[in-house]
Design a protein around this ligand. Structure first.
Ligand SMILES: [Fe+2]
Length: 291
């Protein structure tokens, strides 16, 4: 099996799902990230898996209100250095070649993550292509997540997901159960407590689950490969936040997730009854990546 990643086991053990940390990768010249191959991928994926719009977004911009750039996906990709745009290829594991690459990367990460967070599942990958100096607005992702910088340079500003001034428990609950759009409320007061993390080509960065972040490109076009997965822990957490949202709708005041372990066990057993889960069907966003 090809080994694309260089991971320090001690750093992984110390920081996984707690703090950001860097890994190295050797994907910069991989043919699956050439512009021609990315154009083909954009044509092969279901249309709903390809999103492109004008760049230059505000830090908490609603993606649905972001203007189109007047170009096709292919034009956007081929002229990405000049057209001040971004394009996202979602769930690229739909394509067998990208699926194989994702599996090779995640099999390698699983060697380190399984002893800590067992039950890797829902492997998914995304490719972000964006213009020089573009910004990815402030948001969070609820998967275990590594962002591998394949071309260009970025600076990521990331916050502690356990800092309840930065990210309240209700915001996390709304993200899971009342999702509106992927970008979040940002306040200037958050700035000083951000981790500022340079991401040059060849570097990868770990994002703990629901660590808020926004991203600034350097002065050349950027290609990033996001490799993600879930675990038994993320499943339990999703269920608990959905339980809290449902209890709140019924007039209860549930404890924040993790604050009362006995209450959490009770809420999980509630969620695990088939009828309760069925009532959630159709309202749940848990199956979707919030992109
Ligand atoms: Fe993200």
């Amino acid at each position: 099996m090809a080994r694309w990643l260089d991971v320090d086991p001690e750093v992984f053990r110390a920081h996984f799902n707690k703090k950001p940390f860097f890994i190295r990768h050797t994907l910069a010249n991989h043919p699956l990230f050439s512009l021609d191959r990315l154009v083909k991928l954009s044509q092969d994926l279901p249309p709903s898996y390809v999103e492109w719009r004008a760049g230059g977004l505000n830090v908490d911009q609603d993606p649905a209100l972001t203007p189109m750039n007047g170009l096709s996906a292919e034009e956007t990709l081929r002229q990405i250095s000049e057209n001040r745009s971004y394009l996202i290829l979602k769930w690229v594991e739909h394509d067998p070649e990208y699926r194989r690459l994702l599996d090779e990367c995640l099999d390698q990460l699983a060697e380190h993550s399984e002893p800590l967070y067992p039950g890797m599942w829902k492997r998914a990958a995304f490719i972000f292509i964006s213009s020089p100096n573009d910004t990815v607005p402030y948001h969070m992702d609820h998967e275990h997540n590594f962002l591998l910088q394949v071309r260009g340079h970025k600076v990521v500003r990331q916050w502690d997901p356990d800092d309840r001034f930065i990210l309240t428990d209700r915001e996390i609950e709304d993200h899971y159960a009342n999702f509106k759009h992927r970008n979040m409320r940002y306040r200037e007061e958050f700035g000083p407590t951000a981790w500022t993390l340079p991401l040059p080509t060849g570097q990868g960065l770990h994002f703990p689950v629901c660590a808020p972040h926004w991203i600034q490109n350097g002065d050349e076009a950027s290609i990033s490969f996001s490799i993600t997965f879930r675990s038994r822990w993320t499943r339990r957490r999703e269920l608990l936040y959905h339980a809290n949202a449902n209890l709140r709708k019924r007039g209860f005041k549930p404890s924040p997730v993790g604050e009362n372990p006995l209450e959490d066990i009770w809420k999980l057993s509630l969620m695990q009854t088939a009828s309760f889960v069925r009532r959630l069907a159709g309202k749940s966003q848990v199956e979707k990546r919030q992109y």
